[in-house]
Design a protein around this ligand. Structure first.
Ligand code: GDP
Ligand code: MG
Length: 596
């Protein structure tokens, strides 16, 4: 145990976490240079393209220190997005230390701070690393000042590095060995192991990633998950060397995987404690929490006959994504589909992209919604996340919606712009404080419904990219909701309905009509778009038909020519859905939520 170090790299997005991980892996020679792909830990395509880490990947690095002593360095990767902060906390609970990476030209950002607080909650030893010192815009002195003032860490301990140029890599490895504490724990105590991740392997089933806190685990053991008391027989344990390397046993302080005939990742819980069935530990690890989806949307195939394919794809995706929940749903306009729950909008986008890419489906997603608590006159309370299930308003006594605490960090020149944006979104400014002489942290309480769609994009745009944002759900508060319906040529399209705050309903109704007018292409006839609340029309827009000179030839009933012309119009814009007589493009369904 003396020669094990368990640590994570934590950083604001783009500060170089993946690049540094790659360098550490290369430096310890576990993959040949020939096999080395950049950003080896970001294994999913989408992650690679977007440069974000969604699924964490852990790797055990053998390292021979300058003293000649051999060490096992377990680098536990954490997801890099607010949607996955619970997974981050469980990964950190498996570590004794953290490398806090800061971009030398950007300095400390919102996510740097949020991550550092998380690391401190877990009593981790923190080593600051100033990365990208090769950049001409690097300002090491400024970042050191921030490390002292904003983070309260000793700037003299900071390691200067360039992950890209391979500078400072040995210092980082030596720092891990010399500055981070070894794990503690009793190898002779009953087994206590913390699950921090799991993934699905088509040949072996669920691969559970865990840290042994106390005791030992080996193949043949019967283990128990303390969350639901499910028992399994361990088939294999081992460590991650990019590939899985089986071991006879894993003991206190070690990090690795197990395979135990577990069918889907949903049978495991991130944060759960594993113990021995015959000889259990007294109590599970503290801090266990079940993650719950916060954003809901329905997914429909564009081609109605692709429902079965979608069903198969959802089932497969679910094997690997415990956070995704879904149930069958149907819409008058769109046919059969699934109502899904996601951890956040990024999670929603990832699921959509994977379904479209890996399963070759073309999909329509309806406007995302949060969950509302609705108390009816008869005293019963319902949780509603689907506008289609919104009860008759005369039966409703009271409605509550989720609020978040948003922490936004910006240079102070954007204070006014951020204030305006948040107030427009029904936010309440609770507090602000200077972190340095021109960096401001602003705290708002905002309804979650107001941030689910394009808040982050808007924040980035009003702050010219400098704003960063982090949030937690805090509570549910009374609200005044109405259901905004959209009628196309007089027919209500259920998949375009949304639940909105009464004060903002007229504005939202107008925007939705304007957006739909932009999205829906001209057709042979006039298309009336209307926004309605209850029976009352509150907004309208019209898509005029093709101009006479385009379609004149068609009048008079030359059906085949008419069809040809339509066919031509269709080219280049697949993903159209016929709703009644009208073709609506895929993008229109999400556009109703756009704020500008
Ligand atoms: P992550 O989001 O924290 O995982 O960041 P990445 O490792 O994906 O890096 C973000 C971007 O910064 C990429 O374009 C990297 O090539 C670049 N980058 C990472 N480290 C360095 C560095 O030391 N110097 C320079 N100039 N660029 C770097
Ligand atoms: Mg990354």
């Amino acid at each position: 145990m003396k020669h094990i170090r368990n640590f994570s790299i934590i950083a604001h997005i783009d500060h170089g976490k993946s690049t540094l991980s790659d360098r550490l892996i290369q430096a310890t020679d576990i993959v040949s240079d020939r096999d080395f792909k950049d950003q080896i830990l970001d294994s999913m395509d989408i992650e690679r393209e977007r440069g974000i880490t969604i699924k964490s990947q852990t790797v055990c690095l053998p390292y021979r220190a300058k003293t000649g002593q051999h060490y096992s360095l377990n680098l536990i990767d954490t997801p890099g997005h607010v949607d996955f902060s619970y997974e981050v906390s469980r990964a950190l609970a498996s570590c004794e230390g953290a490398l806090l990476l800061i971009d030398a030209s950007q300095g400390v950002e919102a996510q740097t701070l949020a991550n550092m607080y998380l690391a401190m909650e877990h009593d981790l030893e923190i080593i600051p690393i100033i990365n990208k010192i090769d950049l001409p815009s690097a300002d090491v002195e400024r970042v050191k000042a921030q490390i002292e003032e904003d983070l309260g860490l000793d700037p003299d301990t900071a390691i200067l590095a360039s992950a890209k140029e391979g500078i400072g890599i040995e210092e980082v490895l030596e720092g891990a060995v010399n500055l981070l504490p070894p794990p503690e724990g009793d190898p002779d105590a009953p087994l206590k192991a913390l699950i921090f991740d799991s993934h699905y392997d088509p040949f072996r089933g669920t691969i559970v990633h865990f840290r042994v806190i106390d005791g030992k685990i080996r193949a043949g053991d019967t283990i128990r998950f303390m969350f639901n008391n499910a028992t399994y027989r361990v088939e294999e344990v081992g460590i991650f060397r990019i590939v899985r390397v089986p071991r006879k046993e894993l003991t206190a302080g070690e990090v690795g995987y197990m395979i135990a005939g577990i069918k889907t990742v949903s049978d495991t819980r991130c944060g759960d404690t594993v113990t021995l069935h015959s000889h259990p530990c007294d109590a599970p690890m503290s801090g266990f929490k079940e993650t719950k989806p916060v954003v809901f949307s329905s997914i429909y195939p564009v081609a109605s006959d692709a429902y079965e394919e979608l069903a198969v794809a959802m089932e497969k995706l679910k094997l690997n994504d415990a956070a995704l929940i879904y149930e069958k749903d149907s819409s008058v306009a769109l046919g059969f589909g699934f109502r899904c729950g996601f951890l956040g909008l990024l999670h929603l986008e990832v699921v959509q992209e994977r379904l479209e890419r890996e399963y070759d489906l073309s999909l329509i997603l309806t406007a995302p919604s949060v969950q509302y608590e609705i108390t009816l006159n008869d005293g019963t309370t319902e949780i509603i996340d689907n506008p289609a299930l919104y009860p008759d308003p005369t039966l409703i006594q009271n409605t509550r919606e989720p609020y978040i605490r948003a922490a936004i960090i910006v240079p102070d020149r954007y204070m006014g712009a951020v204030m305006k944006l948040c107030l427009e979104r029904r936010g309440i400014n609770k507090n602000y404080q200077y972190l340095t002489n021109n960096r401001l942290e602003m705290i708002f309480e905002i309804p979650l419904a107001e941030v689910v769609y394009d808040f982050y994009d808007r924040l980035k745009s009003v702050t010219q990219g400098y704003g960063s944002f982090d949030y937690d759900i805090i509570d549910y508060r009374d609200t005044d909701l109405v259901k905004l319906d959209i009628l196309i040529n007089g027919d209500r399209v259920d998949a375009l309905s949304q639940l909105v705050h009464r004060e903002r309903s007229v504005m939202r109704g107008r925007r939705a009509c304007e957006k739909l007018k932009e999205e829906i292409p001209r057709q042979m006839f006039k298309i009336a778009i209307q926004g309605a609340i209850g029976g009352k029309i509150i907004s309208r827009a019209t898509v005029s038909p093709f101009r006479k000179d385009v379609t004149a030839k068609c009048y008079g009933g030359d059906i085949s020519r008419k069809r040809k012309l339509l066919e031509k119009q269709k080219k280049g814009k697949k993903r159209m859905k016929m709703v009644g007589q009208v073709e609506i493009p895929q993008s229109a369904f999400l556009s109703v939520l756009k704020s500008e």
